[in-house]
Every structure is written in structure tokens, then in C-alpha cells.
Design a protein around this ligand. Structure first.
Ligand SMILES: Nc1ncnc2c1ncn2[C@@H]1O[C@H](COP(=O)(O)OP(=O)(O)O)[C@@H](O)[C@H]1O
Ligand SMILES: [Mg+2]
Length: 215
């Protein structure tokens, strides 16, 4: 089982948005369990609106996350995608140590970039693999990244933070999809938003496959 944790110590960066989308996309690659480990319950809000019965969803906290993952593994789940709260470092660390890879959503702006430092330091101390994903970026114009995204990449490179290529742009269709309990790939499959997040999931899943699965 591959365990993808979505985490950063910053609210509003796109953790729940990416978790819902990656969960729906992962299901195409194998049986998937979404885990809502944020008491705010954004992922559960989305799931309640969802008509499809897959992926599966479970809630978890610091006391139950280990057992939830063990049960998923025993049940033959191929992908576990965990959404996490921004301000519970102990929980994030315990989930990070169980994750195949931790995805860190970063808006290309100073506050999100600053927040990466804490998550990066945690990953280094745990020797846990992480990958930043640029989210809610201005859409690419003429096949070139906007300067704000190029600057964000430079800051992350300076910190030594690995960043996946590509970006997830700021697009209303992502929110529209989530309101109806869907991913944008289901809601508007031929959209640029669907293509971008599909490509990002491909990059994340390829990365996860390159790391050993957790026992
Ligand atoms: N790429 C995006 N395009 C448009 N809206 C986005 C995007 N990413 C996040 N949002 C919106 O920004 C807000 C915060 O995102 P959310 O996923 O809830 O962040 P977090 O879980 O990290 O707090 C939500 O209203 C969400 O719909
Ligand atoms: Mg959230």
C-alpha cells in the first residue's frame, strides 16, 4: 500500500483540495482509502456530497491513524491518501513517519513559502520523503510559468525543498467540482484544470512507486 500524506503547517494552502482530487484519481489506479485526519472535516464535507461509492473514506486522529492504516493494508487497499490539519505537529510527524511520501501544497506567496520550512525540517529529522506541489498559481501563459511561480521555485530550491514539475492553477472549476462531491476530472474532464491535476497525480504516484512501500 502506498500512503500519500498531504501536509503543511499552513491553512488554506490546498491540502483538502489536493486530497480529494488525488483520492479520486488514485482510485483509477487501484482501491483507494481517503483518510480525513483534520477535525475541521473538509474532506468529509466533500465526501457527503459525493454520489460515487469510491474511493472509501475513514476519519482518523492521533489515536486511530496507525490502526486505520493497518486495517487498510490488511484489506488490500492500494492507495491511502491522508488529509491533515495545519496545526498539529505531533500528529503530522506521526503520519509523516508512516507515509510513503508527503505532498506539501504551496501557494506561490510569502506565507505559504515560509510555512514550508517547518514541514521540511520535520521531514529531515524523520528522514521522510517530501515533494512540494505549487497550487493555486496564476495559469500558465504561452506555455511559460508566470514569474511568481518561477520565484517560488527559486525560494524552494534555496531551502533545498524538492518540488514537482508543473502546477495546479487557481481555477474556479476545482471549487465547483468539490461542491458537487466530485473531482474536476469527473466534473469537467476535458478542462485544463483536469489535465493539470491529472498530470500532478501522475507525478505524485510515480514518485510514490519509486519509494519502498511501508511494511
Ligand atoms: N487550485 C485552486 N483553485 C481554486 N481554488 C482553490 C485551489 N486550491 C484551493 N482552493 C480553494 O482555497 C480554499 C482553501 O483550500 P483548502 O483545500 O481547503 O486548503 P487547506 O485544506 O490547506 O486548508 C478552498 O476554498 C479551496 O476551494
Ligand atoms: Mg483542509
Amino acid at each position: 500500500m502506498h500512503v500519500i500524506l498531504i501536509a503543511t503547517q499552513k491553512g488554506g494552502s490546498g491540502k483538502s483540495t489536493l486530497a480529494a482530487h488525488f483520492g479520486a484519481l488514485a482510485q483509477r489506479d487501484g482501491r483507494t482509502l481517503l483518510i480525513d485526519a483534520d477535525p475541521q472535516g473538509s474532506l468529509s464535507f466533500w465526501y457527503k456530497r459525493r454520489e460515487s461509492e469510491t474511493p472509501l473514506l475513514a476519519k482518523a486522529d492521533g489515536n486511530t491513524i496507525g490502526a486505520t492504516l493497518d486495517a487498510a493494508r490488511a484489506d488490500g487497499i492500494a492507495w491511502a491518501v491522508i488529509d491533515s490539519p495545519p496545526h498539529n505537529a505531533a500528529l503530522t510527524a506521526s503520519m509523516m513517519s508512516r507515509a510513503t511520501v508527503t505532498v506539501v501544497p504551496v501557494r506561490p506567496g510569502p506565507f505559504d513559502l515560509d510555512a514550508v520550512a517547518a514541514t521540511l525540517a520535520m521531514a529531515r529529522s524523520l528522514k521522510a520523503p517530501i515533494a512540494c506541489v505549487i497550487n493555486a498559481a496564476p495559469p500558465i501563459t504561452r506555455e511559460a510559468e508566470t514569474s511568481i511561480v518561477a520565484e517560488a521555485r527559486a525560494v524552494l530550491a534555496g531551502m533545498g525543498a524538492p518540488v514537482l514539475p508543473g502546477q495546479v492553477s487557481q481555477r474556479a472549476s476545482l471549487s465547483h467540482a468539490l461542491i458537487s462531491g466530485q473531482s474536476v476530472n469527473e466534473y469537467d474532464p476535458d478542462s485544463r484544470a483536469a489535465a493539470e491535476i491529472g498530470a500532478m497525480w501522475s507525478a505524485v504516484s510515480e514518485l510514490a512507486r519509486a519509494f519502498p512501500r511501508k511494511p
